[in-house]
Design a protein around this ligand. Structure first.
Ligand SMILES: [Zn+2]
Ligand SMILES: [Zn+2]
Length: 213
């Protein structure tokens, strides 16, 4: 990269460093060097700015998978070994990972299949399964973390009806199962079959670095 394109790299961009053959988050410049940090956090390293290019989707994916695997072998995180996860019907994210996995299996690409498998499992754990570990989204320079002092809320709202929505609502529930139970009851009573569902949680921002040990 020349001076012009280098100045266009924004902090937080994930780039590929050919010298170390690693993918890292661009943090800024230190003298003549670019400071990169592993996607999963950890010690920064110096790279030659002119050799950097934005990481491809595939490179970012495999760096993320390695990070997930590393965390999963850390105490406090559930292990990933379990039966092959099943996509949840109707969920586009699930469908995407399942299609990725099926495509990789069709190509006999075992490592891509494993990647898709790991990402599907993580998505299931985060977005579908009951008690999940706290969700953590990376956001430079703050970490956004689910606030576990406040329970997430699930809610359904009946949008059946020709001219106007029926409007019946479950009210905030503590679990998806409670919402489904309410939907079944409402459908039994009214034959209404269409609902809008929502999920609400609370998040806190913590300056990065305060959580590192
Ligand atoms: Zn899903
Ligand atoms: Zn209704």
């Amino acid at each position: 990269m020349n001076e012009d394109s280098e100045s266009r790299i924004e902090a937080g961009t994930v780039v590929y460093d050919p010298r170390s053959d690693k993918v890292g988050e661009y943090r800024g410049n230190a003298g003549p060097y670019a400071l990169l940090r592993p996607v999963s956090g950890g010690r920064e390293w110096e790279a030659r700015p002119e050799s950097l290019r934005p990481a491809t989707a595939e490179e970012r994916l495999s760096a993320e998978v390695r990070a997930v695997n590393r965390r999963s072998s850390t105490p406090g995180y559930p292990a990933l070994e379990a039966p092959a996860p099943e996509p949840v019907p109707g969920c586009t994210a699930c469908a995407e990972f399942a299609a990725q996995r099926a495509g990789a299996e069709a190509r006999c690409d075992a490592s891509a299949a494993t990647d898709a498998h790991v990402l599907l499992r993580r998505h299931l754990r985060r977005d579908h399964w009951g008690t999940h570990p706290r969700r953590t989204f990376r956001f430079v320079p703050y970490l956004i973390t689910q606030d576990d002092t406040a329970e997430p809320e699930y809610e359904a709202y009946c949008v059946s009806g020709e001219e106007a929505d029926c409007g019946a609502a479950s009210g905030p529930c503590a679990s998806p199962a409670a919402v489904e139970e309410w939907q079944r009851g409402h459908t039994r009573d009214t034959r209404h079959v269409r609902y809008r569902r929502s999920f609400t949680d609370y998040a806190v921002l913590e300056p990065e670095g305060t959580r590192r040990s």
